[in-house]
Design a protein around this ligand. Structure first.
Ligand SMILES: [Zn+2]
Ligand SMILES: [Zn+2]
Length: 362
């Protein structure tokens, strides 16, 4: 009987792991893989790939380990599993056996998908993205491709553009549209036109306003719809819009300035995105210098701009509902934190992508 490389006292027993007969320790629950067994197990696990390989492609060598190979009596070496994914594994340079501690198993099993994901997430900025951003003033997003078609996002885009076109083209008189469907704090606090709490989210004040909002809805929304599911995504989008409107009304209850736009609801999406997509990047343009940043940095800058907006518009009286943005964002952040655990439990890859061992090149 072989001894556990980790505990040294307990003997290993045979166990089936994705069709491979591997050895496991009853004491620490770690697993020993002989040459090729780990690759075969990774191929058998659900990795969208029947022929995955890890061997000879480990990440950084971290020096010797205190564990010993029970086959060769050789000291094991410590390695990162792969570049960009700093899970520590112990491998034998003689027999190519690999020891995995129990808490690493889940993360290692997803490693072929992680490798593929890192290729997508680490794509560098290019001339094309630079021109896109300098012309559009919109960020470029680096995130995984979605697995499902974002139909709710598409419907929201069509709905918003159609409604905008109906009064922008003159089909519906613009004054009539605003007077009936924009949100007036003074009217809502007086209990009238309560439908405007919903309708204002589907109206926009100008071409740049709608294009900017719809771009963010498209870029951020598809990933959120993908992990949340269609119904839940639409419900949370609406809840964030309500919260944004509520904060705006509370900040200026007597205001007779009409408020329109999906920005509050979209700001809510920002909050959720920040909590669940740590691995994504958005590009920030500092005059002409483009830089990939984490959602945390991007939304902090965005939030700062909004707080400055609140502060300066108090002095000047502005037309942007900064409080609605801030209210929507914090509603989304709260929802993001509340759902984080259950969402990660049902999306194991998302959980691994958010683990601290994942290093993104930005
Ligand atoms: Zn053990
Ligand atoms: Zn060995």
């Amino acid at each position: 009987m072989k001894k556990c490389p980790c505990c040294a006292v307990d003997e290993l027993i045979s166990q089936d792991f994705y069709g491979q007969d591997v050895e496991s320790c009853l004491n620490c629950n770690g697993l020993w893989f002989e040459r090729e067994e780990l690759n075969k197990a990774l191929s058998a696990a659900d990795n969208d790939d029947d022929n995955v390989k890890l061997e000879n492609r480990y990440g950084e060598h971290l020096g010797g380990s205190d564990k010993h190979c029970h086959d060769c009596d050789n000291g094991l070496g410590k390695y990162h599993l792969m570049p960009g994914f700093e899970i520590e594994i112990d491998a034998c340079s003689e027999c190519h056996g690999v020891w995995l501690d129990n808490d690493e198993l889940d993360k290692v099993i997803h490693s072929p998908l992680i490798r593929k994901s890192l290729l997508e997430l680490n794509k560098p900025l290019s001339k094309k993205t630079w021109f896109f951003q300098i012309l559009s003033q919109m960020p470029v997003e680096y995130n995984l491709e979605v697995k499902s078609t974002p139909w709710v996002v598409y419907c929201l885009l069509v709905l918003n553009f159609s409604i905008f076109a109906s009064y922008y083209s003159g089909l519906m008189p613009e004054f009539y549209a605003y007077d009936n469907f924009a949100l007036f704090s003074d009217r809502v606090t007086a209990g009238s036109q309560l439908w405007s709490l919903v309708t204002h989210m589907y109206m926009h004040g100008g071409l740049m306003h709608i294009i900017g909002n719809m771009y963010f809805l498209y870029v951020i929304g598809d990933n959120l719809e993908d992990v949340l599911g269609k119904g839940r995504f639409l419900a949370l989008y609406t809840v964030c819009g309500f919260c944004a409107a509520a904060v705006q009304i509370i900040s200026e209850p007597g205001s007779s300035i009409p408020m329109v736009g999906a920005s509050g609801a979209i700001a809510g999406l920002f909050g959720m995105y920040l909590v669940w997509f740590r691995h994504a990047s958005l590009s920030l343009m500092i005059v002409v210098y483009q830089k990939k940043v984490s959602p945390m940095v991007f939304f902090l800058v965005w939030l700062a701009i909004n707080f400055i907006g609140v502060w300066t518009s108090q002095a000047q009286g502005g037309g942007v509902a900064y409080w609605a943005h801030i209210g929507g964002f914090f509603a989304g952040l709260a929802i993001g934190l509340a759902l984080k655990k259950s969402l990660f439990a049902s999306n194991p890859l998302l959980a691994v992508l958010n683990s601290k061992e994942l290093k993104i090149t930005r």
